[in-house]
Write a protein that binds this ligand. Structure first.
Ligand SMILES: Cc1cc2nc3c(=O)[nH]c(=O)nc-3n(C[C@H](O)[C@H](O)[C@H](O)COP(=O)(O)O)c2cc1C
Length: 339
């Protein structure tokens, strides 16, 4: 797949996720094998008003490249202005959000609302393609509801408008994040256009990644929620695609080390208060399945100093190391009991 100067074969992309894909998390996913990462979506209205929160989301680092900035909005002049501001921040390409289902975005005729008006979606795409120097891509859903799936026609209109790749979250707007993603549409879209098509929705395991490529012919796979719970999924999927081998789940030591590395990045880029506060959502992913994890997490979310957090994590690591034999025996006994 080629988007401007960015070229990746069977690429694994980190999906844009509001309140999740900030710079620290993108760096972690990049280090673990993500080929392209996306910022959280940024309001075009916020960008043109210089809103602090929107400007903060423009923060990027060279290490994470290639990186896309995603913007949303329904008003063409505002979207052009916002896209030029996003472009000036120096991403590798600009992505337009036409898939967000939440009410306050849809109410502004942005995000998934544009699925009800494909000509307007295409007009926004064309306006940004004409205004920007960087490549423009777009992310959308299958349709507004099951009765109005027009993704094949929409993809053709967007290709005509000049976008360089299309990511399809294989759900309709009315499904929000419920039900199952229907990947069968990807093959139909692929047959209708020649721009790269990125499959998104319900890709959770390395086997899912391989199945997505093999069964649909998509050009890249985009992973969202599975990366929050398990950022190691990018590496695991690459190992599986390259060798057919399923990696062992990351060892407890690596999970805790990665958690600390991520926390430090969060502090570095957000400062001590926000760095700690906004990191809290990641503990459960890193600690999931470890003995006594929920009690440890309850401690961690109460702390407001990085030293306290790191100390508690190291103490937990030492405890698990010291008791590994006993804990292994305990879990083997539980497995035997369950069998
Ligand atoms: C917490 C959260 C925030 C999201 N924010 C965005 C966003 O900012 N832009 C966007 O295009 N999609 C957003 N999405 C949708 C994801 O990018 C993705 O399309 C969706 O989660 C389906 O993929 P998955 O099954 O791999 O999670 C968000 C999803 C979640 C769970």
């Amino acid at each position: 797949m080629k988007i401007g100067h960015v070229e990746v074969e069977r690429g694994l992309l980190l999906a844009p996720m509001e309140d999740v894909t900030d710079l620290p998390f993108r760096l972690i996913c990049k280090r673990l094998g993500a080929d392209i990462v996306y910022t959280e979506f940024i309001s075009s209205d916020g960008l043109v008003r210089d809103a602090r929160r929107s400007l903060e989301k423009l923060l990027m680092a060279d290490e994470e490249r290639p990186v896309a900035i995603q913007i949303f909005g329904g008003d063409i002049p505002v979207m052009i202005d916002a896209a030029l501001r996003a472009e000036a921040a120096g991403p590798d390409f600009i992505d337009i959000n036409c898939g967000c289902w939440v009410k306050n975005v849809v109410a502004r005729n942005a995000g998934a609302a544009l699925l009800k008006d494909p000509p307007q979606m295409a007009a926004i795409a064309r306006a940004l393609v004409d205004a920007c120097t960087l490549p423009v891509t777009l992310k959308t859903r299958l349709g507004w509801d099951p009765e109005s799936i027009r993704i094949v026609e929409v993809a053709q209109m967007l290709e005509q408008a000049g976008i360089q790749a299309l990511a399809v979250h294989c759900r309709t707007r009315d499904m929000a994040h419920n039900g199952s993603a229907d990947w069968s549409w990807i093959e139909k879209v692929k047959k209708a256009v020649s721009i790269p098509i990125i499959l998104n929705g319900d890709v959770i395991t390395p086997e899912d990644v391989k199945r997505a490529f093999d069964s649909t012919g998509c050009d890249a796979v985009m992973i969202g929620r599975a990366a929050i719970a398990n950022p190691f999924v990018f590496r695991q999927a690459k190992t599986y695609m390259d060798t057919g081998r399923i990696e062992e789940p990351p060892a407890m030591e690596e999970r805790i080390e990665t958690c600390i590395e991520h926390l430090r990045l969060s502090l570095e880029f957000k400062g001590p208060r926000l760095g700690i506060l906004e990191f809290r959502k990641f503990y459960s992913g890193y600690l999931r399945g470890l003995y006594n994890a929920s009690a440890v997490r309850q401690d961690l979310v109460r702390y407001d100093s990085a030293d306290q957090i790191e100390h508690r994590l190291r103490e937990f690591q030492a405890f698990l190391q010291d008791h590994s034999q006993a804990l292994n025996a305990h879990s083997t006994a539980l497995d035997a009991e369950a069998a």
